[in-house]
Design a protein around this ligand. Structure first.
Ligand SMILES: C[S@@+](CC[C@H](N)C(=O)[O-])C[C@H]1O[C@@H](n2cnc3c(N)ncnc32)[C@H](O)[C@@H]1O
Length: 282
């Protein structure tokens, strides 16, 4: 496995570094609240998305000791009541992602905001070189354990620790919604394009359409007891995007882009989400 030059610095997250003491007691978030409405009343206000994803990873690890895919999916938010999919739906989506990205078997794929690696794990076949970055160390540790041949590192999307033009494909699934603002999205897209080779392909899954912001926010709020959602997530807004802005930004980076189907018509965010594939200039 040619590790040299795949990541600029740092090493794969060390195994066994996750503090499981946080795990079972961590807050239940998002749609999982539907199954345990009483559990979150004592949960403290959330202060950062990275804290949330770290805790979700720890909780998933503790809950799914004998179910690897279950742990990765839960850690990545794929099992929540809103926006969740079942394993077969995730596998079908991963197949579609693979067809869009067209990374050759001996090629290199970068997953930005890889979480615990649920998408990479369900990709079949997986390209020879798989790299995932995510700010949540607990998620990255799960991904590294699930895919010992992959390279995983904690990093932010706007500062990718990878060399220029190293990747045939780059993917980001369910991540952009957590970016702080449009300037960050611009930097992250520029980084994604920088990491890709000429005529490499990128895929942005689960961008949330600003035209459907109210509908999506109302659905989220309804999953919590009155007032609770706003109390918990007061400082953590989601980022909604105008599809035309995304295409224009990618065009300014020399890419052609188009919208693709990701999770099929039964996906609970089928109305609110859009998914964009792009190809870098030759
Ligand atoms: C819904 S999860 C999806 C994880 C994974 N992509 C998957 O599909 O299983 C969102 C992920 O985005 C990551 N994330 C949030 N902000 C990020 C940022 N600024 N840069 C990179 N990743 C980020 C979170 O840590 C979390 O792991």
């Amino acid at each position: 496995m040619p590790l040299e030059g795949v990541l600029n610095s740092g090493a794969r997250a060390p195994e066994g570094t996750v503090d499981e003491s946080q795990g079972g007691g961590g807050p239940r978030l998002s749609g999982t609240l539907l199954a345990g409405r009483d559990l979150h009343l004592s949960v403290e206000r959330m202060t950062s998305w990275t804290t949330i994803w770290r805790r979700k990873a720890d909780a998933a690890r503790a809950r799914h000791r004998d179910d690897r895919l279950g742990a990765l999916m839960e850690a990545g938010g794929h099992t929540s009541a809103l926006g969740g999919v079942c394993p077969d739906e995730l596998r079908a989506a991963a197949r579609r992602f693979g067809e869009i990205l067209r990374v050759p078997p001996d090629g290199a794929l970068l997953d930005i905001g890889c979480g615990a690696g649920a998408v990479l794990y369900t990709l079949d076949p997986r390209p020879q070189v798989v790299v995932g970055v995510d700010p949540s160390d607990a998620s990255v540790a799960l991904a590294a354990e699930a895919m010992p041949d992959g390279h995983f590192q904690t990093a932010e999307a706007d500062q990718l620790p990878v060399p220029d033009g190293r990747f045939d494909g780059a993917l980001s699934c369910g991540v952009v919604i957590y970016f702080p603002d449009l300037a960050y999205v611009e930097r992250a897209l520029a980084e994604m394009v920088r990491a890709l080779r000429p005529a490499g392909r990128g895929l942005l899954v689960d961008l949330m359409d600003v035209a459907h912001r109210d509908r999506r926010e109302a659905r989220r709020r309804d999953a919590y007891p009155p007032g609770e959602h706003d109390r918990l997530f007061a400082d953590l807004p989601h980022l909604y995007l105008d599809p035309a802005w995304v295409h224009a930004t990618l065009a300014s980076l020399g890419c052609r882009s188009w919208e693709v189907d990701a999770f099929g018509p039964d996906y609970s965010y089928a109305t609110e989400a859009f998914h964009v594939a792009f190809e870098t200039g030759a």
